[in-house]
Design a protein around this ligand. Sequence first.
Ligand SMILES: [Zn+2]
Length: 232
Amino acid sequence: MNPVVKPSALVVSPAAAASAQASASAHMASQNDQFLLRQPTREEAEAAVRTLILWAGDDPSREGLLDTPKRVTKAFKEFYKGYDEDAHDILDRVFEEVDGYSDIVLVRDIPFYSHCEHHLVPFVGKSHIAYYPSKGVVGLSKLARVVDTYARRMQTQETMTAQIANVIDEVLQPRGVAVLIEAEHMCMSMRGVQKHGSSTITTQYRGVFEKEPAEQVKFFTMVKSPSLRMAL
Ligand SMILES: [Zn+2]
């Protein structure tokens, strides 16, 4: 038998270990359990890629594919580097000297690249984040880094939207947070229903955005308004 390593059994962060272990022990008791206790080695990961190449129907020993397992495992570290980052730490520095600025702060069109956790196929899109500062504002690039941290994991768009709203809510304790993500899912375009060009929109609201529909309208209007860049 080929030494098939199930992706679901791979643990890439200590934080994920507890939940992975719980669900894994409920569903499987096999040789894969060893990877819940330790990271697979690079050689083991490369062997898993070779198995998937065979599964797809090609020959991993032909010239063009010889170095593919090495490249894929390296790319995985890039695609999923969010497991090594904590979004709470990214937001820990708050600027309080903003002369009492407390109105809405909106950062829109933050691009991201993620992978759906069901098929490990990309979904790509933009996120828009607004908040009403209470104890201070955060550097604008930090919001983009928060998006990146969650995007570079195995994700669903819904989970990612909630995680971004939650971490901003927890760390900045603003009067309100709104997050809107729009994305195209390659697993819909490339397989299954093959609906090319459809996009999915998810939203999460906390604080005043949750309580007051007018705030949601304001947020949505600002996200969709034409860019002012040409007028400046
Ligand atoms: Zn998918």
